[in-house]
Design a binder for this molecule. Structure first.
Ligand SMILES: NC(=O)C1=CN([C@@H]2O[C@H](COP(=O)(O)OP(=O)(O)OC[C@H]3O[C@@H](n4cnc5c(N)ncnc54)[C@H](O)[C@@H]3O)[C@@H](O)[C@H]2O)C=CC1
Ligand SMILES: O=C(O)[C@H](O)CS(=O)(=O)O
Length: 474
């Protein structure tokens, strides 16, 4: 049995209670993790605040620490990938990709630490201001409160911690209680990389206790949250005038136009609908296919899906592993059955064994069905045919969400026409919605959230721009 402690003020501490982290494939207890209580959360926030006041690192020192952390992540790749596979049930090959991406996120944030700057403001042009000089500087906000989801337990945490530290802040992190171990390993890595004690605090526990306490604490200046729209909305209502970065859900649409490369579309969409069992917020969920190519596309798509290997996530060949819990798999199965009883057809998959749900394609759906209009967050995609592109885009935009989308077409005019009209934060041409490189601006519109991630963009959110005006002698 693995035992993990909390990381408070640079020390590993136990608490009265603990929580069990399950191996998501075997469903056996994989680790015990100390659970934060009110007192430990208070200690963590207070420690972060004091560390922020005390340890003012230069941009170059921040660069060195984050750069070193990136190297250590790569050195520990096998161990970290195994942890993600166990605690999240993510197939090993996808877990290994997550480690590489996390190292890159740290590296990009390290570089950004040296580039944080304000700008000159030309006030001398204004009458009476000839002797004045104005410029802005970027200052850290103080303590950043970070709350993260289960699905990318290392890289989505990296997207919060690395830019916050690059900007000179302290961080209190609450990882998802189903997958806290990756965060604790990351704390160990940052400690080894030379991060002064207290600048990162990791508190483990439920959202309703630990998360809730963090959201109410005056000492936290800015919040960054990734998770469901439901929790995001609650947090927005609770945080008043404080800045809150929200990275929420989606039901990603992708158009397969009549001029698409159908082979490319089928191959890409089979991979992007079912990676990590569809539990990716930009997972392809709604596939809009032009009526004239629907049969060919369906044939190629189902062939690609049949080639996916389903099962044990620790097998390096596995493409689709279990969902985060049997309960979640049952919820998705219920949505599928509900659609079928309302007239939909299962074109592929649909069966469930424990937390393993087969990659599933549904056709004959309507836009009111939950599998279409809500975020399913499971290995399930709907194929919807269309004849008129404008009508298709109109239907796409009826979604409450707007994170990422895409189109497959060889016609550049069609591609750009759609890119300008589909209401999303990011739009991919000749790729699916599930494309992301970690330096890109990433974030949604509508109920998918507000504010952007990607180190450069998060740093903007985690700093204040202060204007300085100097009244100089003539
Ligand atoms: N836009 C984006 O970048 C991403 C969005 N997501 C979204 O996350 C969801 C899946 O992740 P889950 O972990 O199930 O999401 P969730 O919303 O249930 O939980 C996310 C985090 O919030 C915490 N939390 C829950 N209630 C809270 C409260 N009242 N106060 C403070 N914290 C609270 C949880 O403990 C967890 O750490 C999906 O909707 C998915 O689309 C996931 C990854 C990336
Ligand atoms: O939202 C998600 O699930 C992630 O942001 C996934 S990824 O884009 O970083 O791969």
């Amino acid at each position: 049995m693995n035992n993990y402690k909390l990381f408070i003020d640079g020390n590993w501490i136990n608490s009265n209670g603990s929580l069990e982290v399950l191996d998501k494939y075997s469903q056996e207890v994989y680790a015990q993790v100390a659970k934060a209580n009110e007192e430990t959360v208070d200690q963590a926030i207070s420690g972060a605040w004091h560390a922020f006041e005390r340890d003012k690192l230069s941009p170059f020192e921040r660069y060195q620490i984050l750069h070193k952390a990136s190297q250590l992540i790569i050195e520990q790749k096998d161990e970290l990938a195994n942890i993600i596979t166990k605690e999240a049930g993510k197939p090993l090959k996808q877990a290994r990709t997550e480690i590489d991406r996390s190292a890159q996120t740290f590296l990009v944030a390290a570089e950004e630490a040296k580039r944080i700057h304000g700008e000159g403001v030309p006030v001398e042009a204004a009458p009476g201001s000839e002797n004045r000089m104005a410029f802005t500087i970027k200052v850290p906000v103080g303590v950043v409160g970070a709350i993260s989801p289960f699905n990318f337990p290392l890289n989505l945490v990296a997207h919060k911690i690395a830019p916050a530290l690059a900007a000179g802040n302290a961080v209190v992190l609450k990882p998802a209680s189903k997958t806290p171990i990756s965060s604790l390993k990351l704390a160990e890595i940052l400690d080894k990389a030379g991060l002064p004690k207290g600048l990162l605090q990791v508190v483990v526990g439920s959202g309703s206790t630990v998360g809730n306490q963090m959201m109410k604490d005056e000492r936290i200046a800015v919040y960054t949250f990734t998770g469901s729209a439901e929790v995001g909305l609650k947090l927005k209502q609770e945080t008043g005038l404080k800045r809150l970065i929200l990275e929420l859900g989606n039901n990603s649409p992708v158009i397969v136009d009549k001029e698409a490369n159908v082979n490319l579309a089928a191959k890409t969409l089979a991979a992007q609908s079912f990676a990590f069992a569809g539990q990716v917020c930009i997972s392809v969920q709604r596939i809009y296919v032009h009526e004239s190519i629907k049969d060919t596309f369906m044939e190629k798509l189902t062939k690609q899906i049949s080639a996916l290997k389903i099962g044990d996530p620790s097998d390096p060949e596995t493409d689709v592993g279990p969902m985060i819990s049997e309960e979640e798999a049952k919820r998705a199965e219920k949505w599928i059955q509900e659609a079928v009883s309302d007239g939909a057809t299962i074109a592929h998959g649909g069966k469930r064994k424990g937390a393993l749900l087969e990659p599933t394609i549904i056709t004959d759906v309507t836009k009111e069905m939950r599998v279409v209009c809500e975020e399913i967050f499971a290995p399930v995609a709907s194929v919807i045919s269309y004849n008129d592109l404008d009508e298709c885009i109109k239907e796409i935009n009826q979604s409450d969400y707007g994170l990422q989308g895409g189109i497959f077409t060889q016609n550049i005019d069609t591609a750009y026409y759609a890119a300008k009209r589909v209401e999303v934060g990011g739009f991919m041409i000749n790729d699916g919605s599930q494309y992301r490189v970690d330096l890109m601006p990433y974030g949604g519109v509508k109920d998918s959230g507000s504010g952007k991630e990607g180190p450069k963009y998060s740093i903007e959110e985690m700093t204040e721009e202060r204007l300085i005006v100097m009244n100089l002698k003539e």
